[in-house]
Ligand binder design. Sequence first.
Ligand code: WQD
Length: 341
Amino acid sequence: MKTKILVTGGTGYIGSHTVVELQNAGYEVVIIDNLSNSNANVIDGIEAITGIRPAFVEGDCTDINTLRKLFEENPGIKGIINFAASKAVGESVQKPLLYYRNNLNTLINLLDLMPEFGVKGIVFSSSCTVYGEPDKNPIDETAPIKPATSPYGNTKQISEEIIEDYIKSGAPIKSILLRYFNPIGAHPSAMIGELPLGVPQNLVPYLTQAAAGIRAELTVFGNDYNTPDGSCIRDYIDVVDLAKAHVIAMKRMLDGQDTDAVEIFNLGTGRGLSVLELIDSFERATGVKVPHKIGARRAGDIEKIWADPKKANEVLGWTAQVPIDETMKNAWAWQCKVTAK
Ligand code: WQD
């Protein structure tokens, strides 16, 4: 009998790649997604990779009755991975209530229903944005949580606190908080990948669209930072590496003995790369030039942040494997697939 896992936001970028790895690891997956930032044909892509079509419920997790019905109709769910959230930093500044309502109500509804339906644990999709601008790099899980610089980042901080307070109150559940650095790339099959709606906010989808000629050129947001080449530094983590970390976390949470009720892990490579270095990696890996120019800094950008992944490496037994050039090659293959449609 397969262990059944609910993946909220499972047709999204990181969610879909995680569904693939859960299925590869022998879990049965149920997806709920309101398709506000993704497309139902992602499920065809998942099935094309694994040969298994996950159960799919189109619905909004901010409606507790929708979730209750899902648990009633899909008995035996043992774990949840919660990706369902709005995640555009800039948009969150313009529409804070949408972010607080969507991201927090989703989580509260899930937590509220877990004991009633015997769900043992929840893996929460958190973010390195909880650290703000680090005092030093690399950054580990003991680094101070800084005041959020956006409503989006604040929803991640508040969500972590909600989970901790709920478990401290005696809720019979466990949780693992995964703080991602910068997820990039696509599945090597090119059957699933990042599908930003409209103008991409994140670097890599904008970069691949510029390389494909969909965008005239990529603007590098500033080269006057205190970094070796002046452009910002991030810890770019391959999305398949990231997805595999979720499977390991789920197994640890559900099967692990004497693990803490709440555990926190930074998920990064431990390697900082600048924007210009990422452009070089893409051009080296694909042989395709990225038309780009240097522009003004983007408000709110952090200068440099990269992970110390020691705890995830040693406690989870997970280490990022995919070389950056391979990630760039996969991102390009996916872009070519999408462009060809
Ligand atoms: C990366 C670097 C930009 C676009 C955000 C969220 C984080 C997570 C990932 C959800 C920065 C530069 C970008 C462009 C550029 N989101 N850049 N030209 O801001 O590090 O993180 O997305 O979980 O929570 O905060 O990612 O990809 O937007 O930017 O020069 O057209 O690329 O200045 O230095 P970011 P990003």
